[in-house]
Design a protein around this ligand. Structure first.
Ligand SMILES: [Cu+2]
Length: 122
């Protein structure tokens, strides 16, 4: 009896080890797939919550995650560096009518922004 329970204990330990190594493997694969994920923070000129929506939606349409803070005017973006580069991320924001540290939105696009969204340009 004693031996049997030791064996079953050993077996459950072995299967626990298997589960753990399986989890480790899954985690490794998951991490590997986001290894190309790049996060950047930079300034985007804008005013209000509507600006936030416009900016973030423009990025979202390209599969880029963005979080703009209307108080600090700073945006945190994360994107797949195999698909996009920093310059493109700035360009997407500019094409929505918003100036960033490195690119300037087209005057025509800027003029189409809602009145309250027409931020003071640098
Ligand atoms: Cu606005």
């Amino acid at each position: 009896m004693k031996t049997k329970s030791t064996v079953s204990k050993f077996r459950s330990l072995a299967s626990a080890k298997l589960i753990v190594s399986g989890l480790v493997l899954i985690t490794f694969i998951a991490c590997n797939s986001i290894a190309n994920s790049k996060t950047e923070t930079f300034k985007v000129w804008g005013n209000c919550g509507m600006c936030k929506k416009t900016i973030e939606n423009a990025l979202d349409a390209e599969g880029i995650k963005g979080d703009w803070n209307k108080k600090t005017k700073m945006i945190v973006v994360s994107y797949d560096s195999l698909i996009h580069n920093s310059q493109q991320v700035h360009a997407f924001i500019c094409s929505a009518g918003y100036d960033t540290e490195t690119c300037k939105a087209d005057d025509k696009v800027y003029a189409k922004l809602h009145e309250c969204c027409q931020y003071e340009r640098k």
